[in-house]
Design a protein around this ligand. Structure first.
Ligand SMILES: Nc1nc2c(c(=O)[nH]1)N[C@H]1C(S)=C(S)[C@@H](COP(=O)(O)OP(=O)(O)OC[C@H]3O[C@@H](n4cnc5c(=O)[nH]c(N)nc54)[C@H](O)[C@@H]3O)O[C@H]1N2
Ligand SMILES: Nc1nc2c(c(=O)[nH]1)N[C@H]1C(S)=C(S)[C@@H](COP(=O)(O)OP(=O)(O)OC[C@H]3O[C@@H](n4cnc5c(=O)[nH]c(N)nc54)[C@H](O)[C@@H]3O)O[C@H]1N2
Ligand code: SF4
Ligand SMILES: [Mo]
Length: 703
């Protein structure tokens, strides 16, 4: 028997684990009590790594689709065939696209190879899960601080008031905020007399342990945030303190904000004016306070505006770059220092003219780039660790688009709703055969840390690591086109070079198998700013225009009648891809719609009955749970289900496939600045379901 220390690669919390093995078999996984950051915390997903390793549906080697059959191939044949087919498409004038999914963020070695693949594919912009996720944070930071990777992180260990909008860390374990053991940390905050406030259309698990919970109308957070700024101003509580000399555009900002009226803002978000004033008085009371917003405010029509406003509240109360407020990290590998600051609008997408954002086009625009004929039409697609059929709005449109590709390659261990469309699936080895370093996660951690976990074992014969697959695929595509590529990046050597830039080495980090605690965050402004004059740009022109244009118009428009759909995460899920782990699949049905009793009564829907939820994109039938935990007028449905689609080969997930939330979300609802999908606030109707079919096409009744 052996015990290995290992960072969990599943979610952003990056818990330290102890993995007990016998040969290549995982006997037990537990939290590593000696990890200074996660302190022994583990959630059910950490244990499920054992299921991932031994999943009988995990593909053992490359597969080729011939009609509706899958045929096993060796790597050399698969790569040669892909290369030849790709070169033919390119020679005939076809274009390619690359979609990069969420697990890529947890594989530092894989991320190092995507540059070569982009080059071999000839793509300028990629599509990724970022534009159904955190892109609004990055764009707001790029404009405010001059670098997209300067994430201000809630200093949970020292704050006295944490205000969470649109995040549910008790289920998600924190996001854009690596904060393992978050429940205990919230208890510690409250234990020292601090307070947690949660603003969420649902009384979430996190709201359940909060001191205060306020409902909010989905998608209306910018109205509340402007209201808070105006109420702070009214009460003389705008006190940026030592930040004051660093603020550019401050007066211009306030002149515009004062053009909005508190009563209008309050009405739009469903709050009383006095409740906004009361919260403003609290957050402006001088105690270390931090506002934090996550997916419920990012993936909304005004996602970038919301994140800008959250930063502005933290600035206005003097809580940016202050212990107990929102702080910038000092990671062992400085991603911000090592990469370009970001970009917006250097070029535009072919069909809808979306601006490029950080080198990406909106994920919602991938389908139209495949289906719209003309110069530059996408005919070949590579998907790395992604499941856009279930994760991107209008899964039906994505299904149809993928079916029309001339060549599709998925790098994925499973045959999913997305990879089922591929011509070739190139599966990676199990997770424990890969090294782990939290390259993208340590910089967003509540405290600075470094931890390197070497692979427990080599891949099985005939298996490869993700980074090797991507590097070899890039090489095969380049060779077939007669294109020269530099040799692949050696991940460990590259990581060592990156650590040396910060005065450390891989050997030093690896010598601390439980992790290296690099201490709490330190104030870093103004030196950390990447703006040319080292000032914070408080009134970026594009945001000011969005505020006085699109947002002001929205504010003046009465809300659409009907209900508003939002998402939900469960502690025993991770997006679309843990549904096949037997130990997570147990328990009550997760894919149920939460409906307020008033709405249920109005539409004749009983608890446990099937409800049909329909939108302009489609309809799904799903069991209803009638509960006061969701506000009236709102329906909550988790995403990542819908494993009953044709071709999916996930036996455990298939037993309770659920429906896909993204068969209801709309491609046309986006935050135009960042290209991020508005996953929350989809207008929907509900009615008792008659058939119980899992999904039906767009209903004529809607139009
Ligand atoms: N309606 C709605 N939609 C959402 C969201 C929401 O809140 N509501 N959330 C959005 C968010 S935040 C995100 S991040 C996206 C996620 O969207 P995606 O990244 O597109 O999808 P995932 O569901 O994370 O699927 C990841 C895929 O990677 C595969 N995989 C897992 N591990 C590995 C690995 O080690 N290597 C490789 N090569 N493949 C692997 C899995 O089998 C799975 O097919 O979904 C978004 N979609
Ligand atoms: N267990 C589990 N953990 C996960 C994941 C998972 O699928 N399962 N996914 C991982 C990924 S990829 C990510 S990005 C993170 C996301 O991490 P979080 O952002 O914490 O995600 P959620 O748990 O979906 O919480 C979002 C909350 O926003 C609320 N909300 C919806 N609309 C609005 C709105 O308009 N305004 C406000 N104020 N609130 C709103 C929802 O009710 C919900 O409680 O989680 C990660 N961790
Ligand atoms: S909280 Fe996240 S990192 Fe920690 S054990 Fe669970 S899935 Fe893994
Ligand atoms: Mo995400």
């Amino acid at each position: 028997m052996a015990i290995h220390t290992r960072t969990c690669h599943i979610c952003e919390a990056n818990c330290g684990l102890l993995v007990e093995t016998e040969g290549r078999q995982v006997l037990r996984i537990s939290g590593d009590a000696d990890d200074p950051i996660s302190r022994g915390h583990i959630c059910p997903k950490g244990n499920a790594i054992a299921d991932l390793e031994s999943d009988p549906d995990r593909l053992a080697g490359p597969m080729k689709r011939v009609g509706d059959q899958w045929v096993a191939l060796d790597w050399a044949t698969a790569l040669a065939e892909i290369g030849a087919r790709f070169a033919a498409i390119r020679a005939a004038g076809g274009s390619a696209a690359l979609y990069v999914g969420n697990p890529t963020a947890h594989d530092f070695a894989l991320g190092m190879q995507t540059g070569a693949l982009k080059k071999a594919l000839g793509v300028r912009a990629v599509y990724s899960a970022s534009t159904v996720d955190q892109m609004p944070h990055q764009l707001a930071q790029y404009w405010l601080y001059g670098h997209n990777a300067l994430f201000p992180i809630p200093d949970i260990e020292r704050t006295q008031h944490l205000v969470i909008l649109g995040g549910n860390p008790l289920a998600s374990n924190g996001s854009v905020w690596t904060v393992p053991d978050v429940k205990r940390r919230i208890a510690e905050l409250r234990g020292r007399g601090g307070k947690l406030t949660v603003i969420d259309p649902r009384r979430s698990e996190t709201a359940g342990v909060a001191d205060a919970h306020h409902f909010i109308r989905p998608g209306s957070d910018p109205a509340l945030l402007i209201g808070l700024l105006l109420a702070l101003d009214e009460a003389g509580l705008v006190k940026p303190g030592r930040l004051a000399p660093m603020l550019a555009g401050w007066d211009e900002l306030w002149a515009t904000l004062r053009g909005f009226a508190l009563p209008d803002l309050a009405r739009a978000c469903g709050w009383e004016v006095d409740a906004i004033r009361a919260l403003a008085a609290e957050i402006g009371d001088g105690r270390p306070t931090v506002l934090y917003g996550r997916i419920g405010v990012s993936t909304a029509l005004f996602g970038t505006l919301a994140h800008w406003l959250i930063n502005l509240v933290n600035i206005a109360t003097g809580n940016l770059d202050r212990p107990g407020g929102a702080m910038f990290s000092s990671p062992a590998v400085d991603i911000a220092g090592g990469s370009g600051p970001g970009s917006h609008g250097r070029f535009f997408s072919r069909v809808s003219g979306h601006p490029e954002v950080m080198g990406e086009f909106p994920a919602v625009s991938l389908a139209e780039e495949i289906t719209t004929a003309g110069d530059g039409q996408v005919q070949a697609l590579v998907v790395i660790a992604g499941n856009p059929v279930l994760s991107v709005p209008d899964g039906g449109a994505m299904d149809a688009a993928l079916a029309g590709l001339k060549l599709m390659v998925s790098i994925d261990p499973m045959i999913t709703a997305t990879s089922a469309h591929a011509d070739y699936i190139l599966p990676p080895c199990g997770p424990l055969a890969k090294d782990h370093y939290p390259l993208l996660l340590a910089p967003i951690a509540f405290r600075n840390f470094a931890r390197f976990s070497p692979a427990l074992w080599e891949p099985l014969p005939g298996q490869k690591r993700d980074w090797e697959i991507v590097a070899e695929l890039a090489r095969a595509l380049a060779d077939a086109q007669g294109m020269a590529l530099p040799p692949p990046v050696d991940p460990r050597a590259q990581l060592d070079r990156m650590l040396h830039k910060g005065g450390r080495s891989l050997a030093e980090v690896a010598a601390h198998p439980h992790g290296l605690d690099l201490g709490p965050h330190q104030p870093r402004l103004p030196d950390r700013l990447f703006t040319p004059d080292q000032r914070i740009r408080c009134a970026p022109p594009a945001l000011m225009a969005d505020l006085t244009g699109r947002f002001a118009d929205w504010l003046a428009t009465p809300p659409e009648p009907g209900l508003s759909l939002i998402g939900r995460r469960h502690i025993r899920s991770n997006n679309s891809w843990l549904g096949n782990a037997p130990r997570l699949a147990k328990g009550p049905d997760k894919c149920v719609a939460l409906i307020n009793p008033a709405d249920a009564a109005a539409h004749g829907i009983g608890d446990g009955e099937l409800v049909r939820i329909s939108s302009a994109a489609g309809a799904v039938d799903v069991p209803a749970r009638i509960t006061e935990e969701i506000m009236a007028g709102v329906v909550s449905l988790p995403h990542g289900f819908g494993h009953g689609r044709p071709g999916v080969q996930m036996a455990v997930a298939g037993q309770r496939p659920g429906v896909s939330h993204n068969d209801l979300t709309l491609r046309g609802r986006i935050d135009i600045l960042s290209g991020t999908a508005a996953l929350v606030g989809t207008p929907v109707r509900i009615a008792p379901a008659k058939t119980g079919s899992f999904a039906v096409a767009a209903t004529a009744a809607w139009r």
